[in-house]
Design a protein around this ligand. Structure first.
Ligand code: DC
Length: 208
């Protein structure tokens, strides 16, 4: 069974994806990390973020087994990832790796922005996890502060809005719920209740 989870930055989709993968006993790919890894490779090589040829090369060289969440989860790398993600050649290069991961025997859970619409349009279960920009900015700020970093809520909120704008309005594979996705708004639901709803949806599909 393939489970496709999409949603904007800091919506809770990553936690949801990890928990569902553990529940189902299948591997999980956070596709945001693949875009983050491309941005990180360019930044560490001192290369620009808007050169499509260099960015495509970094995407083709990516090793899915070597994605380091601790390094890649930095807020600035998320910003940079959203810039490289607008380039069609980067998306095509990463798409191959993402699809191969999705189609492994036994199934997988993938989360990102275009999993239900582009990467796995035939996924058995599609979830679109969202929350208001204010709730997402509050969660992201608290997360950074809890790790001992410094964050200003207003600045994080401005970044969340900028990222939504870029991810939603790009020409290729924009952030968008698939027509057959189940919407889970975590603005008012805690993660536990959202997870229980998702399990209910998965179990219903399994029983068919
Ligand atoms: O989910 P995240 O914050 O780690 O994603 C970082 C950026 O990567 C996001 O702003 C847009 C891009 N992305 C994408 O375009 N498509 C995906 N499937 C996943 C992420």
């Amino acid at each position: 069974m393939i489970v496709a989870i999409d949603g904007p930055a800091a919506s809770g989709k990553g936690t949801m994806a990890r928990r569902l993968a553990a529940y189902l006993g299948v591997p999980h790919l956070d596709t945001g990390l693949t875009f983050r890894a491309v941005a990180h490779a360019l930044l560490t090589a001192g290369q620009p973020l808007d050169d499509e040829v260099l960015a495509e090369r970094a995407a083709l060289d990516l090793d899915l087994g070597a994605l380091d969440r601790d390094i890649l989860s930095a807020h600035e790398i998320g910003e940079a990832a959203s810039k490289v993600a607008v380039m069609p050649k980067v998306r095509t290069a990463l798409l191959q790796a993402q699809r191969a991961f999705a189609n492994q025997p036994g199934g997988a859970v993938l989360d990102g922005r275009d999993i239900g619409t582009v990467v796995c349009p035939d996924a058995a279960v599609k979830l679109y996890v969202t929350a208001s920009p204010e709730v997402r900015a509050r969660r992201r700020t608290d997360e950074i502060l809890s790790k001992g970093g410094s964050a200003d809520y207003e600045q994080v909120l401005a970044d969340v809005r900028k990222r939504d704008e870029r991810d939603t309005n790009r020409a290729v594979a924009p952030l968008l719920p698939a027509e057959d996705a189940h919407l889970l708004d975590t603005s008012k639901l805690d993660i536990e209740s959202a997870f229980r709803q998702a399990v209910g949806i998965v179990e219903e599909v399994k029983a068919q």
